[in-house]
Design a protein around this ligand. Structure first.
Ligand code: NAD
Length: 486
């Protein structure tokens, strides 16, 4: 059984209860983790609060050295981390190799950004004055992560939060806590005690007391819209700083000039990566009526060639979904679409040979429209619903017809269409011809129901710094605008 990490020491939960973690590809029990309750949360927040004074006053150079060391250790432990991630989360090993690489690089990136500047000198209002801002850490940051990219989304929070001088309490998803615990033990344990703490357990028992805790200054959360709304309602009266990365319903528009075979490959990757369980997965696709049949044929042929299996098996393109209840949701959306007239071109069922895991065949649908939940609600599974459009303007209107606004993709080589797309589509990230590729310096996040936070880049750093303005007048003479008024 694994243990939590509080105040620089391994710790069991006062509940004494253990939660099993299973391999979604075959149901095998992998290990157990403590089920934290309120007293454990209290201990973790106290440890983080106690470590804040020392960590926030450490020099940026000292913090940078320790964060580069996190990155180095992650590279040393990359193989073990990849394997644990594949077992507990399901996606193929190569995708997890990338997840660890990305995460290590995120620590290097923020280590350097952290020693770049701590504020600005401002033009004074008078010659005797000196005005400047100080960018300061908030205090204790609660980092609550989902199961789809357990290490990367943790890195996107704690690397900037720590570089800015905050201390952290992490609560990983109860479905995928093992890689996060391994990370703490092998890659974060050289940090001063209390700077990083990790509690495990469910959202209700461990997450909820954490977001309510008066000692928590910032809540950095990635997860579903429903949980985000709950967190916002709890945090608002306490005026806690919120950083919410929520769900999406990302569109892809394939322009008339896109070449069908290449478009099919880009689309399949952006819709099926991590079995469609990426917050920015392409979840609805708009194809031009003039090229619809060529595109459908190319896509169906390509999707049928993809191999499902355990993520550790060589040659696996797509692993399982994370669990039954998530697969049930995908099936319900497909059933509804079918009942309303959609056609399944391939997939639309559980593969018989992989019956022990939460597998689902990648599914291409046509004849869908915005009366169906599969085109309006987050699916988070291996589906590619295709809707035909007649004009590019109509495609843009359809792309914008959603309360979410996380990402949006366009496949086109026509600069007029590209410009029109990035100027008029409402989404936090616009991808042209290269869906789902991130950039450390490029802020990532959503608009509207996708949450307004940004991770990565300067914005992802400033999310963990508060601004103080210092107005300093060297002159001690009374001002002529003070009382009494003439
Ligand atoms: P979830 O909301 O069920 O859980 C996320 C985390 O919140 C888990 O650690 C969970 O234990 C915790 N939690 C649940 N209830 C809580 C409560 N009352 N108080 C505090 N914490 C609580 O989400 P999930 O199923 O793990 O993740 C999938 C969702 O995450 C999808 O909607 C996806 O779009 C979204 N997501 C968004 C991004 C992004 O950057 N915008 C990235 C990845 C995933």
């Amino acid at each position: 059984m694994k243990r939590m990490w509080i105040g620089g020491q391994f710790s069991d939960s006062v509940s004494g209860r253990v939660r099993e973690v299973r391999d979604p590809a075959n149901g095998e029990v992998l290990d157990g983790v403590p089920e934290a309750v309120e007293q454990d949360v209290d201990a973790a927040v106290s440890a983080a609060a106690g470590a804040f004074a020392g960590w926030s006053r450490a020099t940026a150079n000292d913090r940078a050295g320790l964060l580069h060391e996190v990155a180095n250790r992650m590279r040393e432990h990359q193989k073990a981390l990849m394997e644990i991630l594949t077992r507990e989360q399901g996606k193929p090993l190569s995708e997890n190799e990338e997840e660890i690489e990305w995460s290590a690089n995120t620590f290097d990136y923020y280590a350097e950004l952290g020693r770049h500047e701590v504020g600005q000198v401002l033009p004074p209002g008078d010659a005797s004055q000196f005005n400047f801002t100080l960018k300061e850490p908030y205090g204790v940051v609660a980092c609550i992560t989902p199961w789809n990219y357990p290490i990367m989304l943790l890195a996107w929070k704690i690397a900037p939060a720590l570089a800015a001088g905050n201390t952290c309490v992490i609560k990983p998803s109860e479905l995928t806590p093992l890689a996060s615990l391994y990370l703490v033990e092998h890659c974060l344990s050289h940090l001063p005690p209390g700077v990083v703490n990790m509690i495990t357990g469910t959202g209700a028992e461990a997450g909820d007391p954490l977001i309510r805790h008066p000692g928590v200054d910032v809540i950095a959360f990635t997860g579903s819209l429903g949980t985000g709304q709950h967190i916002a309602s709890v945090a608002a009266p306490q005026m806690k700083r919120l950083h919410l990365e929520l769900g999406g319903k990302d569109p892809m528009v394939i322009a008339e000039d896109a070449e069908p075979e290449k478009a099919a490959r880009a689309l399949a990757y952006s819709a099926l990566l991590n079995c469609g369980q990426v917050c920015t997965s392409t979840e609805r696709v708009y194809i031009p009526s003039s090229r619809a049949s060529e595109l459908k044929d190319a896509l169906v042929e390509h999707v049928r060639s993809l191999r499902l299996g355990h993520g550790l098996d060589a040659g696996t393109d797509i692993g399982p979904m994370i669990g039954e209840r998530f697969r049930d949701k995908v099936e319900a959306q497909i059933d509804e679409a079918r009942s309303l007239g959609a056609q399944v071109l391939t997939g639309g069922r559980r593969p018989e040979r992989l019956s022990q895991g939460a597998f689902y065949e990648p599914t291409v649908l046509s004849g869908v429209d915005h009366s169906m939940r599969i085109m309006t609600e987050e699916t988070f599974g291996p589906t590619i619903p295709l809707m035909v459009y007649d004009s590019f303007d109509e495609a843009i209107e359809l792309a914008n017809d959603s309360p979410f606004g996380l990402g949006a993709s366009l496949l086109s080589s026509d600069p007029h269409r590209v410009k029109r797309f990035f100027q008029t589509v409402r989404a936090g990230t616009i991808w042209i011809n290269d869906p789902l590729t991130d950039n450390y310096a490029g802020p990532f996040g959503g608009m509207r129901l996708s949450g307004g936070a940004r991770e990565l880049g300067q914005e992802g750093f400033d999310a963990f710094r508060t601004t103080k303005h210092v107005h300093w007048d060297f002159s001690t003479e009374p001002k002529d605008f003070w009382y009494p008024y003439d």
